[in-house]
Design a protein around this ligand. Sequence first.
Ligand code: IMP
Ligand code: MG
Length: 182
Amino acid sequence: MHNDISEIYFSEQDLADRVREMGEAITRDYAGVAGSDGIVVISILRGGAVFTCDLIRAIDLPLEVDFMAVSSYGNGVKSSGVVRILKDLNTDIRGRHVIIAEDIIDSGLTLKYLMQNLESRGPASMTVAALMRKNTENQADIPCRYVGFTCPDKFIVGYGLDYAERYRNLPYIGVLKPEIYQ
Ligand code: IMP
Ligand code: MG
């Protein structure tokens, strides 16, 4: 598995430090609005799951976590733009303060669709926490309040991100050797 990685982009320590900072920022920003109902963190499966599990433990406020599964890639390396909901929320988010936890914004098409869909359910507020934002040309304009890292437009894996469902369990984020997917 490690042999398929050409370069480590974010080490285990980089990720831990940055995710803790993001949790602290969310804690500060939502301390006044969370109330006793708390916030709802919506984790976008499957890539966002690892990030979400670390992020929620860095947020020192009452919160609920729920999961949504969408597919936009198939098994390829580029977004198809066609988003399907594979698993919907169990939580009614009407009137709730929602934070969407996403692993990476590439074309932005997945989030654009998701935000429209979730907005129509009437949350009190909605923000996005993305671990990474790729430097992609023509990225959809996504208001993203919390961004962990910006990263170059290369295919990366680890810490939840996959190629053909593998590598999600790497504790760091690295660049996959092109010969693996070519
Ligand atoms: P978008 O719709 O193009 O913004 O793609 C978003 C989704 O594609 C993310 O939630 C990831 O699951 C996946 N994705 C985007 N870039 C990468 C990558 O470099 N490696 C693995 N998955 C990625
Ligand atoms: Mg994926």
